[in-house]
Design a protein around this ligand. Sequence first.
Ligand code: UD1
Ligand code: CA
Length: 464
Amino acid sequence: MGKPSLTAVIMAAGKSTRMKSRVPKPLHLLCGKPLLSYLLDSCKSAGVARIIVVVGHEAERVQQAFGGQCEFALQEEQLGTGHAVMSAKPLLEGYQGDLLVLPGDSPLIDSDTLCKLVEYHRKNGAAATLLSAIFPHEAGMYGRVLRDSRGKVLGIVEAKDATSEQLALREINTSIYCFHAPALFDALQEVRPDNAQGEYYLTDVIGLFTHRGDKVEALVADDWQVALGVNTRVELADVASRLRWRILHNLMLSGVTIVDPANTYIDADVQIGQDTTVHPNTYILGNTVIGEECEIGPMARIEDSHIGNGTKVLASQVVESRLGDGVRVGPFANLRPGTVVGNGAKIGDFVEVKNAVIGENVSMAHLTYVGDAHIGANTNIGAGTITCNYDGKRKHRTVIGEGCFIGSHATLIAPVEIGDGAYVAAASAITEDVPPDSLAIARCRQAVKEGWAKRRREQSSSEG
Ligand code: UD1
Ligand code: CA
């Protein structure tokens, strides 16, 4: 027989007043992903079959961002965490199983801990099991877990309602629980907002259960950091740095060298192959995939891009681009969206590329702009070459064949096509197509006036 089904309710309706933001808290980004998506991911990998997110403040924006990933319950007025869970009740009519309840603002919770919590709850046959954590320092505004002298859980007291003695406790409520659903909804009916904040506290159900003699358990998390919530932007930065460390740690264990983890920023969904080295001051963001044996950075920024094996990106920006194997980029190159670079190509300093296909082994080593273009394999683009793609109204394409030689400072005025194997003389302004294997020169002939400078100098000294 398979495991009994599991449903989760994530509370994400709060006003997030302490964030001081127009952006609802579930949408604030950590390592490239919205806060709430971390909780959705952990629930999904813990095997949760049904996820209900309670929304309220900016409900439409939150629903739009996570549509299709979960169900939503609306908490019209935000009257507290107990009230938030109550708002999900209509969606759970007749549900007799276990209910995981999580706050929407604790992104460090991992699926292993959730699985352990559910297992512990089921093994003990408890009505409620809360996940607690023991802080290594004073526990700030977290709710404190109260136990009797034998260690039995008595209830939870919120920091704002606690005595100084209770505030000294370091075992805190993570706000992650596993409940027997019918018992939870039964107890929630009895919760009253008679506390410092005038809210319906979910935490009160723990005391209600123990009072009734229902079995309450607490599992202490192996890693206290899973409890960390995001209430302010200070906590957002703190939690993000812990997530970042987790990402870097996993990459290093999988065979990626991170030279200086304190100065490397890699988003949650980035994939990097074995024996790639990431140098300091580097950002690898979004849906980026990097192959094996690459050298990335120092000072690279790579976003939503795909990079092959053995490629080097030094002090450059690469956005929405695809680079093949053995490509060299930088220093100081800017590869903008739609750039596709073939194997073995070299893109050097002060080169900007946009919406262009650069063939295999192409070399454009310095000071070039290539936009809306196609460059065939083995072509050399001289320093200072510019594709003039914009006529003030529309963009036009430049097509350069294979094995071409484009001399330095060429100006290619699109639409224009250079045939395979053709040469373009340095400093040419090319406005017409160049046939294959030909040479195009489009510049004034040089005139030399012998003795001219000398005469001028003599003239000016006689005048003076
Ligand atoms: C809560 C717990 C506290 C625990 C801490 C852990 C209560 C009363 N307190 O405090 O014991 O130590 O989490 O992080 O439960 N929310 C709603 N609707 C509401 C109110 C809140 O959906 O009416 C949501 C919020 O959006 C948030 C979550 O519930 O995601 C927790 O609310 P928050 O106000 O942040 O509670 P804490 O003060 O952190
Ligand atoms: Ca919180």
